[in-house]
Design a protein around this ligand. Structure first.
Ligand code: 1CP
Length: 348
């Protein structure tokens, strides 16, 4: 690893690193009092559409903690508003007219990022200008099937029954919608990289709801369609799959450098199943941040042990941090991961 390469990017590329990098899903969010203070003045939507505010909030966790990456402050549903979808955040996304018909699918506009979401690209430029050089910026999008869940289901749900039923009832229409979303997210992420994002992440938060026989032809095929467009961007690609332990065997051909995992997939097993060509990201249970300090350190140590000594691990939670988490626990976690993973002489 060259001394100029940020540790997070080296770990994504499975290069040896001096310590395990860490960032936290939803690291800019409601558990931070300074985030809540901004949200008292402006709505979530205004926050995502005002580059100065989005940049300010993105940088908030970096001021508190020595994190190894920043993630753009936005939402997976934000680009869909640019495609003509009417939705609100309450706080989860609620789609005014869920998509259930072929006509509604035809009516979706292709996404032209510079025209439809210029504020996202401006946010990225502002963040890059202000963030420390050793802290790379991750751009992101929802994976097509996860967006499909909200578009068809209309609102947050445990099972996304209507979205999953749509796959069986109208497989061709579902495939067309997934293709449109895949192409839109390919264009969206490529534009983020062009604006300065140094890694790109696809969030497949609800892919784990699918039976293995449905995951491949719908969720995985569409995610691969997005990722295929991005190979030429020259930045690491991360595919996060929530509740995917039964599906990991299907991920070998995916065009991602890093697979993000939730806490139900032990990292050691995941690494064996995924093979040596993939780095892994994760996967502490967000609940562990409620443990006393010694137990939190032990739980973090267990994740490091499971990840093993081979290069290619980025520490994270297994899913987003809970809004009632104590920021001091996050400070302890970041320190303990950096301390316990020291590898004197490796890289750096
Ligand atoms: O009231 C508020 O302040 C809004 C709460 C909130 C926040 C802070 C929402 C609404 N989105 C976000 C930001 C957000 N969303 C980020 C910011 C960057 C960071 O990580 O710090 C990111 C990456 C997301 C991505 C996102 N949004 C996902 C994928 C990751 C995951 O958690 O699985 C999903 C599924 C969403 C949908 C969404 N948007 C908001 C909420 C509360 C939800 C979840 C709804 C549900 O449970 O179904």
């Amino acid at each position: 690893m060259s001394p100029d390469t940020p540790v997070f990017l080296a770990a994504c590329r499975r290069e040896p690193v001096p310590y395990t990098p860490i960032w936290i899903m939803r690291q800019a969010g409601r558990y931070l009092p300074e985030y809540r203070a901004v949200r008292e003045r402006v709505s979530f939507e205004t926050l995502t559409r005002t580059p100065e505010l989005a940049a300010q909030v993105t940088l908030q966790p970096l001021r508190r903690f020595p994190l190894d990456a920043a993630i753009l402050f936005s939402d997976i549903m934000t680009p869909l508003q640019g495609m003509g979808i009417d939705l609100t955040f309450e706080p989860g996304p609620v789609v005014r007219e869920p998509i259930r018909t072929a006509a509604a699918i035809e009516a979706l506009r292709p996404l032209v990022p510079e025209r439809d979401v210029p504020f996202v690209l401006d946010s990225i430029r502002l963040i890059r200008a202000a963030a420390p050089r050793h802290v790379p910026l991750i751009g992101f999008a929802g994976a097509p099937f996860t967006l499909f869940c909200y578009l068809v289901g209309g609102r947050p749900s445990k099972e996304f029954e209507s979205a999953r039923a749509f796959l069986y009832a109208e497989p061709e229409a579902a495939g067309r919608l997934l293709d449109q979303l895949a192409d839109a997210m390919g264009a969206y992420l490529a534009a983020q990289a062009a604006a300065g994002a140094q890694a790109l992440m696809l969030f497949e938060s609800w892919g784990g709801l699918l039976a293995p026989a449905q995951f491949e032809p719908f969720a995985l095929r569409a995610a691969r369609r997005t990722l295929a467009v991005l190979r030429g961007c020259g930045v690491p690609l991360i595919y996060y799959l929530n509740q995917g332990s039964a599906l990991l065997g299907q991920l070998a051909p995916i065009e991602a450098d890093v697979i993000g995992l939730d806490w139900r997939s032990p990292l050691g097993t995941a690494r064996r199943v995924l093979g040596p060509d993939k780095a892994v990201q994760g996967n502490l249970d967000p609940a562990a941040l409620f443990a006393p300090p010694a137990a939190l350190a032990a739980a973090a140590g267990q994740v490091l042990l499971e990840a093993g000594g081979a290069p290619g691990h980025i520490f994270n939670l297994g899913h987003g941090i809970w809004p009632h988490t104590d920021p001091d626990a996050v400070a302890r976690l970041v320190d303990v991961v950096h301390e316990r993973s020291q590898r004197p002489g490796a890289g750096g």
